[in-house]
Design a protein around this ligand. Sequence first.
Ligand code: SAH
Ligand code: SF4
Ligand code: F3S
Length: 441
Amino acid sequence: MKDRFYYIMTFGCQMNEHDSEIMAGMLEEMGYRETEKRAEASIIVINTCSIRDNADKRFFGSLGQLKRLKRENPDLIVAVCGCMMQQQHIIDAIKQKYSWVDIVFGTHNLHCLPELINKVINDRQKIVDVWDEHRGVFEGLPSKRKYDFKALVNITYGCNNFCTYCIVPYTRGRERSRKPEDILSEVRELAADGVKEVMLLGQNVNSYGIADGFDMDFADLIYAINEIEGIERIRFMTSHPKDLSDKLIGAFRDCDKLANHIHLPVQAGSSKVLKRMNRRYTREDYLELIRKLREATDGTIAITTDIIVGFPGETEEDFSETLSLMEEVKYDSAFTFLYSIRKGTPAEKYEDQIPEEVKHERFNRLRDILDAGMADNNKKYEGRIEKVLVEGSSKTNIKTLTGRTESMKIVNFYGSRDMIGKIVEVRITEGKTYSLVGEVI
Ligand code: SAH
Ligand code: SF4
Ligand code: F3S
């Protein structure tokens, strides 16, 4: 049989990245091979994200570009999935304006992709199959990992928090956790396959098992994974401050494999704004967590965050509280976002939306403070010896290797390609704002 190729385009978070790995695994089992050239593909899948308006726009831009490919190759199958497809107005827009789409499916029926493809091939008709709700947790799906030496592992799906700005609870459904034994056996298999680093994924990993009434909580899971031979580093994403327990903070002290880094999204520095976001912690609660985390790690833990600028009703005074919190915490890095109205969320209805130019102006001030803090933190790395998991060649210079410290910092250094996938010791020679430079010792 002639080679048949697939091409997957992924937008959004690590959940989506992992979903794409699973789709790649299923397509490989069907006999397709991956290509980096869209024109060569017989199946193109776009895995979408609806977290902000620019993600929506980028999707429609990419979809528009496929019209020509479909005209040139009418047998090409175009499939679209992911969070955007869980919204009816998006499906309506696709039906009306993008007639070259063959398959629309959602976040709850990812595992149906092979069946949907076969139907399109056999019946030559378009399919829209989006489930409103999840129908259980599906185990045993194949996955084609992006990296040999590190892996994404889902521990929970969905979200119950309903932050007032956020679309995720509507696109991913209610929170449910995978059983501890399924997670542990997957991690054991990954270790046997040579994986050194696992990233445990969930919208709020800290509430792992609670809604499902498991005996094991998130901290217990970390302790159990810490015992698995072959795994050298454990990471997790994302941690919600309202559910961060003292037991988990203790795990940073006790578990040698738990990377000395936490991503702890604060979103805003004003308790008034946090309340309106329905985050269910105050500025003071958050700062207390930071204090405890630093205490448990002798001040060494790297802390990163997410911040939204220009949430409805954010006054200059509220915003200055975000800036002062940034100065106080001195983050190692942050994802910073302009608030973006999401259809169907409570904040869509708030009348005190902030003008775009005000959002942008605040955003720039925030970035300046963030960059100054990052540069300061990175300078402190100069002279230190760090354990770096080598990920590949640097993007800008093929002769340079790039990897990450335990604290998630990017380090560029000279070395031989056989170091890729290994943890090596690197002496840091320069701390720049966004990365470190070092030499192998
Ligand atoms: N579950 C994670 C976040 C997932 S979404 C958590 O609660 O931390 C990733 C980030 O996108 C959020 O932390 C938030 O900062 C940002 N975000 C979500 N909705 C947004 C919106 N409507 N506008 C701007 N940023 C948004
Ligand atoms: Fe969205 Fe809040 Fe859930 Fe995170 S915790 S996914 S921000 S609703
Ligand atoms: Fe985007 Fe869905 Fe993730 S909205 S951020 S891909 S959960």
